[in-house]
Write a protein that binds this ligand. Structure first.
Ligand code: FA5
Length: 339
């Protein structure tokens, strides 16, 4: 019994095994228990001898079992520790941080420049009334110039604003000139039923600008825009003003900025002309002032509506406006502001 028992203990591979062996040897029906139970058939002389011999074997087997059990538990623990080793010298997994969208970055940059020149930033609704988007801007119903901006109408009187100019009208209406001149910008999203292409999107951004005071001239407009263009694009870029038409300004201009060296493949945006139109502007029309309750004999000013999408294209050499709206992280990560 001892020899076989010790051999079985030795062979045991896990705690379940060793438990089975223990039951088989020392349990109620175990072989040692059987021997001890059989002692009652022995003579009085034999009984103590056999008894102490059997007890000795039982103690030896018990000890061997306990030892083996401990050994197996240790092995199990060592295995677990090995598999759960933590290498603190390994580099940590990089946590990806978000970054402001490139358009947000460009808008922020332009906003800061204007704030530095004493402009206030004003917000306006994207779902706008026809009244502010068109009428207050000298565009009554059926005015042919409404066709310049193909509009998403919600109802007859409500629309998705086609420009940020309605914020001009709203601000002029409430401005108190006793507090000083009006100098504001208003960045935001605008919507038009334009066919998407490399330079047009049906949803894009504008930053409206408006200055109303006494003795404001076209020179002030040009100086302000030139300063912004040079700050955003670098001193080497040029701007040019082309005569244009907007119902709410007179005279009106459109402003182009020179592209990167054109002629190559990277100059799709400029269509090889060397220039891209980035904003519309002009001197505020007297009718617009009058409708807002401002006397055009006393006050005058300039206004502009610039396209940050186009600014971003020019600044970073992006040749398709649609890239900004596709949410391709590989594209957006190029403008990540790390460190
Ligand atoms: C206007 O929207 C006038 N409200 C601008 C203005 C304001 C003029 C105040 C005078 C006084 P225009 O439709 O040209 O003008 O748009 C202005 C700028 O928005 C353009 O120069 C261009 O940079 C940008 N833009 C126009 N349409 C799109 C389009 N579909 N996708 C991207 N950018 C556009």
């Amino acid at each position: 019994i001892k020899k076989n028992g010790l051999e079985e203990i030795k062979q045991a591979e896990n705690s379940n095994h060793i438990n089975d062996v223990r039951v088989k040897l020392l349990g109620k029906k175990g072989s040692i228990t059987e021997v001890l139970r059989g002692m009652r058939d022995l003579s009085a002389e034999e009984r103590p001898k056999v008894g102490s011999f059997a007890n000795k074997i039982r103690d030896e087997l018990t000890e061997a079992i306990t030892k083996k059990h401990e050994e197996l538990e240790e092995k199990k623990l060592a295995k677990r520790l090995a598999s759960e080793t933590l290498d603190v010298t390994l580099p940590a997994t990089e946590v990806k941080l978000g970054t402001p969208h490139v358009l947000v970055q460009v808008i922020d940059e332009i906003e800061k420049l204007f704030l530095g020149m004493g402009f206030q930033v004003v917000d306006g609704p994207e779902v706008e009334e026809d009244h502010y988007n068109f009428e207050m801007l000298n565009l009554p119903a059926d005015h042919p110039a409404r066709d310049m901006q193909d509009t998403f109408y919600i109802t007859k009187q409500l629309l998705m604003r086609t420009q940020t100019s309605p914020v001009q009208a709203r601000t002029m209406e409430v401005h108190d000139f006793a507090q000083g001149p009006l100098k504001m910008i208003s960045p935001g999203k605008v919507y038009r039923r334009d066919t998407d292409d490399a330079t047009h999107s049906h949803q894009f951004h504008q930053i409206e600008g408006l200055v109303i005071d006494k003795n404001i001239t076209m020179g002030d407009l040009k100086g302000t825009l030139e300063l912004i263009a040079k700050k955003v694009f670098g001193a080497e870029r040029e701007i040019r003003l082309r005569p244009s038409y907007f119902p709410f300004t007179e005279p009106s201009v459109e402003v182009d900025v020179s592209c990167f060296k054109c002629g190559g493949a990277g100059c799709y945006v400029c269509k090889n002309s060397g220039w891209i139109e980035v904003l519309g502007a002009g001197m505020v029309h007297p009718n617009v002032l009058k409708m807002a309750g401002i006397d055009p004999e006393v006050y005058g000013g300039f206004a502009f509506g610039l396209g940050p999408d186009r600014f971003a294209m020019l600044k970073y050499g992006v040749d398709d406006i649609r890239e900004f709206y596709l949410n391709d992280v590989r594209f957006l990560e190029q403008f990540s502001q790390k460190g």
